[in-house]
Design a protein around this ligand. Structure first.
Ligand code: PLP
Length: 416
């Protein structure tokens, strides 16, 4: 069934061709099945996107109904469609600021690139084109388009391409003071925006120090620098609120979304903009903004997103995440005592990293891959992230018992 014609993402194709892929064909809740009929627990919710769990036929039915009426039409210029209109209204109501406007995209990397262009276009429209630099953070992941790759703080993701986006710079991920100093040394009149993941995801589930986000929000406000929160992972309930901005009590200028907007059932993304940034694009200052994608406001993607938001609301999955985060912390924290584990980072929604210890990683750099393989043998799918951490970010429908079973499987895999 598997062929070597399918060139996988983020893969060593020599190894995949040699060992064969794991071909998954079915899912239900937190479980997926491969083509041999073996069942696995999806401990990462795919790529932290399948938040409402697998097998939600009502999302498929909503998409089928929509595709039966109108499958595809652009939203360039004055074209629109009912699901995109409804989704934008709904997102505006959920956004962590008043008078939000939603620029719809086809995924997280699109949202990041849209944001980079948007903040620069904003400043040039305001007669300050020299406000161009975008500051990101070490350990950051902002997708794989040229813009996001250029901003990446995970160094290997940037290596080998040369300079992708001029006028970008990075600061330590956990220091608001470093951001303030960088803005000061660049001169605030040269800084367009600061972009950050409220909780760093692919960089290792790094939870910011208390008050970090409030402090960077203050620094941005005082220097006029736009604050962009990349909530591609944290949005739509993953951290126990609609957005991490709500959880951390900050008001950004832009919020970037994807993944959980449709729970991954179809590719979809959005940039939510507060009034400050959107106004020049609405009051005639910019005129026609030459930006957008064939699938911006896609009819089927929007229908999938609406059905997904219905499930999150109807099943009260966000309060469920708040309860589950406590169970997750209780179940996983004891793993910190395991000789191979350095720490367990937990406590902000359904997001946990089991960080392998520096000593263990120095002895065996292949340890994260070995732990992930041992977990697979235990019937658990997840992956290594950051600097030797293993990701735990299950679907919101996971039960308390399934969380405890997952922690037990981790203990066994570590022993193996
Ligand atoms: N931003 C963050 C924080 C992400 O974690 C990701 C994907 O993992 C992206 C952007 C890119 O999203 P996509 O893969 O949908 O392009």
């Amino acid at each position: 069934m598997a062929t070597s014609s399918f060139w996988h993402s983020f893969a060593d194709m020599q190894a995949i061709t040699r060992d064969g892929p794991l071909v998954l064909e079915r899912g239900e809740g937190v479980h997926v099945w491969d083509t041999t009929g073996r069942r696995y627990v999806d401990a990462a919710a795919g790529l932290w996107n399948c938040n409402v769990g697998h097998g939600r036929t009502e999302i498929g039915e909503a998409v089928a109904r929509q595709v039966g009426r109108l499958a595809s039409f652009s939203t360039f210029g004055d074209y629109s469609n009912p699901p995109a209109e409804e989704l934008a209204e709904r997102l505006a109501a959920l956004a962590p600021f008043p008078a939000a406007r939603a620029f719809l995209t086809s995924g997280g990397s699109d949202s990041v690139d849209t944001a980079v262009k948007l903040v620069r276009r904003y400043w040039s429209a305001l007669g300050q084109p020299e406000r161009r630099t975008v500051v990101s953070r070490e350990s950051a992941y902002h997708g794989m388009h040229l813009g996001g790759t250029g901003l990446a703080g995970i160094e290997p993701n940037r290596a080998g391409y040369g300079e992708l986006v001029p006028d970008t710079t990075r600061v330590p991920w956990d220091s608001a003071e470093a951001l303030a100093k960088t803005i000061e040394s660049l001169g605030e009149q040269h800084v367009a925006a600061f972009i950050c993941e409220p909780v760093i995801g692919a960089g290792g589930i790094l939870i910011p120090p208390p008050d970090y986000l409030a402090e960077v929000a203050r620094i941005c406000r005082e220097t006029g620098v736009l604050l962009v929160l990349d909530e591609v992972i944290t949005g739509f309930g993953r951290v126990g609120e609609w957005f991490a901005a709500h959880r951390f009590g900050v008001e950004p200028d832009l919020v970037l979304c994807a993944k959980g907007i449709t729970s991954g059932y179809l590719p979809m993304g959005a940039v939510l903009a507060g009034e400050r940034v959107s106004e020049p694009f609405y009051d005639g200052t910019v005129g026609l903004w030459r930006h957008g994608y064939t699938s911006s406001g896609h009819v089927a993607g929007s229908a999938a997103a609406l059905a997904n938001l219905d499930i999150i609301e109807r099943e009260r999955l966000i309060p469920r995440v708040r309860d589950a985060e406590v169970v997750l912390a209780e179940a996983f924290t004891p793993l910190a005592a395991h000789p191979l584990v350095g720490e367990v980072r937990t406590g902000t929604g359904l997001l946990t990293a089991v960080q392998l210890s520096t000593d263990a990683l120095a002895r065996d750099p292949a340890l994260p891959a070995a732990v992930v393989a041992a977990l697979r043998a235990e019937g658990v799918l997840t992956r290594a992230i950051g600097q030797g951490a293993v990701q735990v970010s299950p679907a919101f429908v996971i039960t308390d018992e399934q969380i405890r079973d997952l922690a037990a499987a981790f203990a066994t895999a570590l022993d193996t």
